[in-house]
Design a protein around this ligand. Structure first.
Ligand code: APR
Length: 247
């Protein structure tokens, strides 16, 4: 048994505690562009600017136009076989998902499968709107952010409930994900380049605690060297194959 996927299945077979660290590659087969790589959004130099908190002050309308466009696309997206298989896998043990993705596709897959594992959004969610001044946050996809709406509570400017460069991650999501990393027997790193911290430090915490690290990615990443098992493939194909061996 030397196939990476066979070895990964063996690690996941006896109901281990698992932390799944997910990145944009998990949603790529649902038609959501990744950030880096040949066809990543960062090919456009403007995107790095539109994802920085300073731009909310300098070019709020342009920034909100880009985020509103992404928010309006959410309704057209469907979970792919990778999302669905990952939720099925979550049923077989103590799984926690820490995702860097701001889409709702893991939750949609959980609704479809009928099982909701703990899902922590380290970089927030496009479904959420938050007041930039008082932090008042709520889910509302009907709100058009290009109209520069203001907070009913304090009059502050409303913005998408995502984390921008130059901002801190939501403390609760990060803490719960770090706790899951500390107790993990296995850490699955799927669809992330492993370049952005502190999200990228979660697999390193699990590794330092002796967890087995499994990478699912068509390409090498910053984390490949610390992964014990590397499965070079698309998550929409690898996760279903893995789930088939375990579920
Ligand atoms: N299946 C699995 N992995 C894939 C697939 C796929 N079908 N397609 C692409 N990938 C991989 C790429 O090889 C790459 O390693 O997904 C990874 C995407 O990397 P990034 O675009 O850097 O995305 P991510 O790691 O999620 O970025 C982290 O950076 O810009 C910030 O806040 C943003 O949350 C984002 C963070």
């Amino acid at each position: 048994m030397n196939e990476p996927i066979e070895r990964a299945a063996a690690e996941l077979a006896d109901e281990p505690s698992v932390l799944v660290c997910a990145g944009s590659g998990l949603s790529a087969e649902s038609g959501v562009p990744t950030f880096r790589g040949d066809d990543g959004m960062f090919r456009d130099p403007d995107i790095a600017r539109l994802t920085h908190v300073q731009t909310f002050a300098s070019d709020r309308k342009e920034m909100m136009r880009w985020y509103q466009e992404r928010r309006e696309k959410l309704d057209t997206l469907q979970p792919n076989p990778g999302h669905l298989a990952l939720i099925e896998l979550c049923r077989t043990g103590d799984y926690t998902i820490a995702t860097q993705n701001v889409d709702h596709l893991l939750e949609a897959a959980a609704d479809e499968v009928g099982y909701r594992p703990p899902i922590h959004h380290l970089h927030g969610s496009l479904l959420v709107v938050r007041c930039h001044k008082c932090g008042n946050a709520f889910e509302d996809l009907s709100l058009d952010l290009v109209k520069l709406p203001t907070c009913e509570r304090c009059g502050g400017p409303l913005r998408p409930g995502v984390v921008w460069f130059g901002e801190s991650l939501p403390a609760d999501a990060l803490q719960k994900s770090a706790e899951a990393a500390e107790r993990a027997d296995v850490c699955i790193v799927v669809g992330t380049s492993g370049l952005v911290h502190p999200a990228a430090s979660l697999p390193q915490i699990a590794d330092q605690r002796g967890a087995t690290l499994i990478e699912i990615n068509p390409n090498p990443t910053e984390l490949s060297d610390i992964c014990d098992i590397v499965i070079r493939g698309k998550s929409g194909e690898v996760l279903p194959a893995l789930a088939e061996k375990i579920v």
